[in-house]
Design a protein around this ligand. Structure first.
Ligand code: KG4
Ligand code: ZN
Length: 341
């Protein structure tokens, strides 16, 4: 019991700082009142990826302004907030610590309770903001820069993981392939843009796993690297759009086919996708098409709630508080790795 299971007008202020976005959102009774998000993408782009030290420093610079702006945007007073929520993991430790320390200071100074939130569960909870009526159980496909998992979601707080990746996470594979093609960070949106003008003419290996619900991206990544190197050695110019399109199609097919196979095997009629890669238009299109052919309904958060944000953290805190989850002590620590099952 946490005392907020049935609280009317339950108001949550949530902070997210696990990677390169500093964000805050205010949620009242399951509805977002205001938010602010500051992205550091431009700062990290020149290094080809997130530099942890630079990320932590910029969270320190941004967090106060972001929280103030979200509060102003929501039209509430800080005294109206019931609980302060914050991402406690998984993520970059230095980045997480900025959000956790700020949240603790804010909670302590206001005399409000604190709840630490699991970032990956937050990605999943983004779907509840857009689809509060999402039917349970559903198949959850979680595809971010650090995680790839297929789960049976029995209730909003109970997951059973059935498949995961043997190597790279889906988003990581997009980022690595983008780098091979000389595209900037983050690679996922760049691959998607380039693939739109390409055709799937580059052969990609079919991935076969012992557990049919597992994923593997190393084969696709190696196929792209070999293709690019062979062309370089022969002095041939490659069509980057074709490479991007071929890779994206193969990566998307693997995600969609595994999720649909699991739904069919379990007789589940809903699939919900979450995480940064869920912003991918091809994934959204192919999932919707194949799911409906199998009489399955597919759900995605709005694109801007797929990548890191604080609305999803507020949503997950709301789920946890309503379910009676324990509050966190003011000694809450951040964790770089955190299981979410
Ligand atoms: O969920 P997220 O914002 O951060 C993590 O928790 O990891 O995911 C970031 C990942 C990056 O790898 C990025 O390239 C990928 O999501 N991503 C995309 C797209 N937008 C972001 N991948 C494919 N297509 C996109 N449109
Ligand atoms: Zn994330």
């Amino acid at each position: 019991m946490n005392g907020f299971e049935n609280k009317e007008n339950l108001t949550i202020l949530a902070i997210e700082s696990s990677c390169d976005e500093t964000a805050c959102a205010i949620l009242k009774d399951g509805v977002i009142l205001g938010e602010c998000i500051s992205t550091q993408i431009a700062l990290h782009r020149e290094y080809g990826g997130v530099v942890p030290e630079i990320a932590s420093r910029n969270h320190v610079l941004d967090v106060g302004r972001v929280v103030d702006k979200a509060v102003k945007d929501s039209g509430i007073n800080l005294s109206d907030v019931d609980v302060i929520a914050v991402t406690k993991g998984a993520g970059l430790l230095g980045s997480l610590l900025v959000g956790v320390s700020y949240a603790k200071g804010l909670a302590y100074s206001l005399g409000k309770p604190l709840i630490g939130v699991n970032h990956i569960r937050g990605h999943v909870a983004a779907n509840y903001l857009a689809h509060p009526d999402l039917p349970l159980p559903y198949v959850g496909l979680i595809v971010s820069g650090g995680h790839t998992a297929l789960a049976v979601v029995e209730s909003k707080t109970k997951f059973h993981i059935v498949g995961s990746t043997a190597d790279d996470a889906a988003g990581e594979a997009f980022d690595k392939v983008a780098r091979v093609l000389g595209l900037p960070y983050p690679g996922g949106p760049e691959i998607e843009k380039l693939a739109a003008s390409g055709s799937p003419s580059v052969p990609m290996p079919k991935v076969k796993m012992k557990n049919p619900y597992d994923f593997s991206y190393s084969g696709l990544k190696t196929a792209v690297i070999n293709y690019v190197h062979n062309a370089e050695q022969k002095g041939e110019v490659i069509n980057k759009a074709d490479v991007a399109c071929s890779f994206q199609n193969a990566a998307v097919d693997m995600l969609v086919d595994n999720a649909i196979a699991l739904a069919n095997e379990r007789g589940i009629k809903a699939i919900a996708v979450a995480g940064g890669v869920a912003a991918n238009g091809k994934l959204r299109e192919v999932m919707q098409e194949k799911a409906s052919r199998n009489s399955i309904q597919s759900y995605f958060p709005p694109k801007k709630l797929c990548t890191d944000n604080a609305q999803m953290i507020a949503s997950e805190a709301y789920v946890q508080l309503r379910a009676g989850a324990e509050l966190s002590p003011y000694t809450l620590d951040a964790k770089a790795t955190l299981p979410f099952e």
